[in-house]
Design a protein around this ligand. Structure first.
Ligand SMILES: [Zn+2]
Length: 189
């Protein structure tokens, strides 16, 4: 897992052998899932977790801080009730969401000739300027949760994307708060 850190950050992977070092391009989206604890039931409403606190702690520590720092969207997915499995899903269809995502991508390309995820810090200031309340919300979270500089900028980019998905040119406090809501792991810190 630690070997993923460099490719996640730089979009390239370096392989060193006795004959020399080669860098390969590797832009990818990392999607990962984990149980909350060794038995898998921690946080479940219907069934009790039987793990000791030390076991849960050791289990969660397997995901290092530096790796979690590079994961932008962290979402807890509760177990669906069994009776819901046989019914038609209630959520928006993938086609509806896809249209919204494509629209947000068009906005990004029109504004800055690239996607939010690859904005450098100077470009963030220019293309994702924060309202004073939005800036305060991000700074408060950063100091309370001990956010790294990388985490700070990553949350800022996500807030830019949340605003784009809402069709908003300005990044407002609500967009920052939603982006920070996806950094759940920092709540435990
Ligand atoms: Zn458990």
């Amino acid at each position: 897992m630690q070997a993923l850190r460099q490719p996640l950050e730089q979009g390239s992977v370096s392989i060193t052998r006795s004959s020399g070092t080669v860098a390969y391009p590797c832009r990818f989206m990392l999607v990962a899932a984990t149980n909350p604890c060794p038995c898998g039931w921690a946080g479940d409403a219907a069934r009790a977790c039987r793990c000791s606190p030390a076991a849960v702690d050791a289990y969660q520590r397997a995901l290092s801080g530096p790796l979690l720092d590079r994961i932008d969207l962290n979402v807890t997915v509760p177990r669906p009730p069994l009776e819901a499995l046989g019914r038609e899903p209630q959520a928006e269809s993938t086609a509806v969401v896809r249209a919204r995502v494509l629209e947000a991508r068009v906005r990004q390309h029109a504004r800055q000739a690239g996607l939010n995820g690859s904005l450098r810090v100077a470009e963030l200031r220019r293309h994702a300027a924060l309202d004073p309340p939005a800036r305060r919300a991000l700074e408060r979270w950063a100091s309370e949760r001990g956010l790294t500089a990388r985490g700070f900028h990553r949350a800022w980019r996500v807030a830019r994307t949340v605003a784009d998905l809402a069709g908003q040119e300005r990044v407002a406090e609500e967009h920052v708060l939603e982006a920070l809501g996806y950094r759940l792991f920092e709540r435990a810190a």
